[in-house]
Design a protein around this ligand. Structure first.
Ligand code: C2E
Ligand code: CA
Ligand code: CA
Length: 715
């Protein structure tokens, strides 16, 4: 097969002559401008052996073409023979500077042209063979070995701290391949490779592709925070061949310790990169020594874990949960502890490691079994134990036999499904939501109570919650309090509790340490508490003793909503119900009533209109109790109306008159209807009609009539 060469010349006659001399020996591709030469290269660079390039061309001249070729790591290895005038020394020098590999002078001599091209082809092929061993075929970057050799050479010529090794890992590259096909995937890799090469060419250093979608780069420290590097990162993450940006995680190690091999230096960069896996707030991490300490600790844990499980070093502890309103015990959560060399290791030191390497599933199964064993034992001893919640990791939910394991456990220990509650953290829903919702649905169908743990940690929106058929939310005070604005924390708590109630869920607050916190939680409708205020996690046997001496409440209260009411869409600002609530029904509000107190949860725009203007009281603010603004007579009327609506479950109407505090009086007709109820709480829908104008008109009418009567009696 003939080798291919690319001839670039704007002069037609010259092109024809060159072709004539070369066509017997080579396949000829031609381009009549710099631009079209680059276009041909874009498609055929892999097969082109040599480029013959004219310098003087309109538009993009030969120098610019050379510059672009040398900057592109894919084209750069192709030798370039430059066409110049015989005596143009300056052009020769400049062409060499730009990386020309040979010259052809005008006027042309056939044998000279053939010799030059043959030499260049030979050059290309010997270096290609060498490159095969030194370079990666797809991107033409160095391979790992060559890179390490270059790093060794470069780094040690400078003082410690002059260079940084950086690694690049494309996140979810598999998805790119799946979504666009491997050809586009390859182009994305080439794009990234090219961006890194360009940067390194500009600032100095070296680069390689060390595995499929991972690159490494050595570059001078002074560019660490430069605009150049930021620009290059941005370019690398926006490949033009796909219509969305990619995310690249970057780890960096400042080369300060020359006793390390280049391989170990890269490992440190990779360690830094691994530390931000799964983080969405950052894409760059710089190595520090604690990362290595952690890695060594992690290795130790991994070495010991299986043996520790076999030896029974893991224990299920439990933390009791209480109803803060009654002081009664309502259940407990099982928490793992590791008794390691006589010390109790808290789960935060080993659970995240187990979650990474999958061992969590085995440990969790062990804990679940311990809980079941104890529930069975208590039942056999004639007790009626309260439910215990166990933690389910996201990893567990993806295991094929997960459902069989859980269903098998309750069967084996003859437990009813409401005794073993299952906690799934909110963050588990952040990705692959559908798979997880599916599993959770199956658990619920089977009769289990599913709790969403660490709700409010910010991974999913309240909207996700609607699609998750869990019945208990766990709010972590830690997450809420951490928010810098404590007021905001309060609002989040309130809105979550309210939302949860509307969706018919119960709420358990955990991490509650003070009575103030507990009282506040109770005041916003969350009475279930787990935290140091009541009890710390304890051994199962201790818990059994505690249970004996405590009041117990097995059922959690939740608001039971009326079936026909679609709660989910009610809170969605675009939903039909909201539209109706806001546009058609006139002035309306939703309020809660409990033990003589009421509280407005939601009101529409027309409702607000009634109370705008010179009204001194705020009847529209969420959380306000409108009853406190009423005088004794009106209060009695409204209370009786509420009681009537509760008793009859029918719409009930009353009229009240309110003073605005400044001499104006308004008359309101209030029609209310019960829409939901719990033991001591009632939820009402209320429509208000402003009767003031009518009353005014009637007053005037009455006054007129009186006047008439008065004048009649006088006459
Ligand atoms: P979690 O499920 O959110 O558990 C609640 C954590 O809050 C527990 O930490 C508990 O001891 C702690 N805590 C309870 N009350 C208070 C309080 O008043 N103040 C403060 N500051 N903390 C309180 P623990 O036991 O260290 O567990 C940490 C996390 O480890 C758990 O968070 C859970 O995500 C995970 N975990 C624990 N046991 C297991 C298990 O058996 N399986 C799985 N998969 N994860 C577990
Ligand atoms: Ca939990
Ligand atoms: Ca939690």
């Amino acid at each position: 097969m003939k080798r291919k060469i690319l001839l670039v010349d704007d002069n037609k006659i010259e092109l024809e002559m060159l072709t004539l001399f070369l066509k017997d020996e080579y396949d000829i591709l031609t381009a009549d401008s710099g631009e079209s030469a680059l276009a041909v290269l874009g498609k055929k660079y892999l097969t082109i052996s040599v480029i013959v390039l004219d310098i003087v061309m309109p538009g993009m001249d030969g120098y610019e073409v050379m510059e672009r070729i040398k900057k592109n790591s894919l084209y750069a290895p192709i030798p370039i023979i430059v066409v110049t005038a015989l005596d143009d020394i300056e052009a020769h020098e400049k062409a060499l500077e730009y990386g020309a590999n040979g010259f052809i002078s005008k006027p042309f001599s056939g044998s000279m042209i053939l010799h030059s091209v043959r030499n260049a082809v030979k050059l290309r092929e010997t270096s290609a063979i060498a490159n095969m061993y030194r370079r990666d075929r797809l991107t033409n970057l160095y391979n790992r070995e060559t890179f390490f050799a270059e790093v060794e050479r470069t780094v040690k010529r400078n003082r410690p701290g002059s260079y940084i090794i950086s690694c690049f890992d494309i996140e979810n590259f598999k998805v790119v391949n799946d979504q666009y096909g491997t050809e586009v995937g390859d182009n994305v890799l080439r794009h990234v490779a090219n961006c890194i090469s360009l940067f390194v060419n500009r600032v100095g250093g070296t680069v390689c592709r060390y595995t499929a979608d991972k690159f490494a780069m050595l570059f001078p420290e002074e560019y660490k925070d430069s605009d150049e590097i930021k620009l290059f990162h941005r370019d690398a993450m926006t490949p033009p061949c796909i219509n969305r940006p990619i995310r690249i995680r970057i780890g960096r190690y400042l080369v300060s310790d020359f006793s390390l091999t280049p391989n170990a230096m890269l490992d440190r960069a990779i360690l830094a990169e691994g530390s931000i896996k799964g983080r969405y707030d950052t894409y760059i991490a710089d190595y520090d020594d604690s990362m290595r300490t952690n890695m060594l600790y992690e290795q130790q844990i991994v070495n010991e874990m299986a043996g520790a499980l076999r030896d029974g070093q893991f224990e299920a502890w439990v933390q009791p949960q209480y109803n803060h309103a009654t002081g009664a015990l309502i259940g407990a959560e099982a928490l793992a502890r590791w008794r390691r060399d006589g010390e109790i290791v808290p789960p935060c030191d080993f659970i995240p490691i187990f979650e990474r390497n999958g061992f969590i599933y085995e440990m969790d199964q062990y804990i679940w079994r311990q809980v079941c064993i104890n529930l069975r034992r208590w039942l056999d001893n004639g007790r009626t134990p309260l439910p215990i919640s166990v933690n389910i990791s996201r990893y567990d939910l993806f295991q094929e036999d997960f459902l069989d394991v859980i269903f098998g456990l309750v069967q084996e220990y003859r437990l009813s499904t409401d005794m073993l509650r299952l906690e799934v953290t909110e963050s588990a829903f952040a990705e692959s939501t559908n798979t997880i919702i599916n599993v959770v649905n199956k658990l619920i169908k089977h009769g289990f109570t599913v709790e969403i743990d660490d709700f409010g940690s910010g991974y999913s929106s309240l909207n996700t919650l609607k699609d998750v058929p869990a019945s208990i939310l766990k709010l972590d005070m830690g997450f809420i309090e951490d928010s810098s604005d404590s007021n905001r924390g309060g609002n989040i708590l309130e809105s979550v509790v309210r939302m949860a109630k509307w969706l018919g869920m119960s709420v358990i607050a955990e991490g509650v340490e003070t009575k103030e916190q507990a009282d506040y939680l109770k005041s916003i409708g969350c009475g279930y508490i787990q935290g140091y205020l009541y009890a710390k996690p304890m051994l199962l046997d201790e818990y059994a003793i505690l249970c004996k001496s405590s009041d117990k409440e097995p059922e959690l209260n939740k608001l039971k909503t009326v079936d026909t009411w679609d709660n989910d869409s009610f809170w969605d600002p675009k939903s039909m119900e909201t539209l109706i609530f806001n546009s058609y029904v006139g002035a309306a509000c939703i309020f809660e009533y409990s033990n003589g107190k009421s509280e407005i949860l939601r009101c529409n725009d027309k409702y607000k209109e009634i109370f705008t203007g010179d009204f001194a009281y705020d009847f529209t603010r969420t959380g306000v109790d409108p009853l406190i603004y009423l005088d004794e007579d009106n209060k009695a009327i409204v209370s009786a109306n509420i009681q009537n609506a509760i008793d009859t479950k029918e719409e009930s109407t009353c009229d009240v008159c309110l003073s605005n505090g400044k001499g104006r009086t308004i008359y309101l007709r209030s029609s209310i209807r019960l829409i939901a109820t719990t033991a001591d709480r009632y939820l009402f829908y209320c429509v208000l009609t402003n009767m003031s104008e009518m009353m005014d008109a009637m007053d005037k009418l009455r006054a007129k009539e009186e006047q008439k009567r008065g004048s009649k009696s006088k006459s």
